[in-house]
Design a protein around this ligand. Structure first.
Ligand code: PHE
Length: 354
């Protein structure tokens, strides 16, 4: 179910790429706390309207993500709408990335892009041929590189707070997790959980990922079976919208905490989870590690250790939100939104200029 949203974006550029001929959306939701940041998604959609809708929702989510993480940044997002069912050639890809770079350059620094579903550090280097406002170029090109391991690190930090809330101890060993989606981030989460001695159910729409299951000694199943598996924590790490009104009554987990953006198919699902006593780690709190690392390394001048400390503070933020929600009798979604809103209302006075 789709709830209509109120238009609250500062600016949205939608155009056919001059070189690629592909529809490209760059949505800047807010610069109230500083330059807007958010990755560039290159993905197939049934229609350009779907791509536009995704960009609007994801950029708004980035505003909350950055605010709640205490970053001096607002939210934005880029979507390159690929034609459904057809892969793009290397030349078309390059053309689209240059088109994105031109739009970002025109925005004059109010928005900085980065990687997202369907793009990576090498693509950021290509965007970087047209604009300086791009995060996560390869380290060899002066960027902070792939953010995925850091997103995964933050999700694992969130899983520790989730276990603390469920069991009174943050240990992951012997706990059972179902990870849905084994892309860049999901695979790293699975590996870190396996290394910590967790018991795993893994799933991906791509059956070739079965080999990761075998490597990590995990059960591999279809996504629907994994979503309803009897586990301690369900870990969504694919695209958004997993938690639907239809799925929640069938869940057999005690908590949901993962990397996917926009996990709730509609905002009311947060209340359904609460009624079932299933603890939800708000997605934009749990998955902030990637953007936190990029901003820490490339803007705030942090070394690697300081950046990792910032990412690990997700554990404390989330524990605080779980406590607030339990005390006030509200959903964790509401507690997180309140935190983001408070930060947005009172920008840090010393927010450094990137
Ligand atoms: N795309 C990721 C996110 O949604 C991470 C990221 C965004 C990294 C922007 C760097 C810059 O948070």
């Amino acid at each position: 179910m789709e709830t209509p949203m109120e238009f609250g974006h500062e600016s949205v550029v939608m155009r056919l790429g001059r070189r690629s001929g592909l529809p490209i959306v760059v949505a800047v939701h807010s610069t109230a706390l500083g330059r807007a940041v958010g990755g560039c998604r290159m993905w197939a959609y049934d229609s350009w309207e779907d791509g536009l809708r995704d960009a609007l929702r994801l950029s708004e989510g980035m505003t909350r993500k950055c605010a709640a993480a205490g970053l001096p940044n607002g939210g934005g997002k880029t979507v390159v709408v690929l034609p459904p069912g057809r892969s793009v050639t290397a030349d078309e890809r390059r053309a689209a990335l240059h088109d994105v770079g031109d739009i970002v350059a025109e925005l004059g620094g109010s928005y900085v892009t980065g990687p997202d579903a369907g793009t990576g550090p090498a693509d950021m280097a290509v965007i970087g041929e047209r604009t300086e406002y791009v995060f996560c170029r390869p380290e060899s090109a002066g960027g902070s590189g792939d953010p995925s391991p850091f997103t995964a690190l933050g999700v694992v930090a969130a899983l520790r707070s989730t276990c603390l809330a469920l069991f009174g101890s943050p240990g992951l060993a012997g706990r059972r997790f179902a990870v849905i989606g084994l892309g860049h981030v999901g695979e790293q989460i699975a590996r870190q959980l396996a290394a910590a001695g967790a018991d795993l159910v893994l799933s991906d729409v791509d059956p070739a990922k079965r080999s990761l299951g075998a490597e990590l000694g995990a059960v591999f199943t279809e996504p629907d079976a994994a979503a309803t598996a009897e586990v301690d924590v369900l870990v969504p790490a694919a695209l958004g919208g997993l938690l639907t009104r239809d799925l929640v009554p069938r869940l057999r987990c005690r908590a949901v905490a993962g990397a996917a953006n926009n996990q709730l198919a509609d905002p009311g699902v947060a209340e359904l989870l609460r009624e079932r006593d299933i603890l939800w780690a708000p997605d934009y709190i749990a998955n902030a590690g990637g953007v936190v690392n990029a901003v820490a390394r490339e803007v705030l001048g942090d070394g690697p250790e300081k950046a990792v400390q910032r990412i690990e503070s997700i554990t404390d933020t989330l524990t605080g939100l779980f406590e607030t929600a339990a005390r006030a009798g509200i959903t964790t979604a509401r507690a997180a939104d309140d935190l983001a809103r408070r930060r947005l209302a009172a920008p840090a006075p010393t927010a450094p200029e990137p």
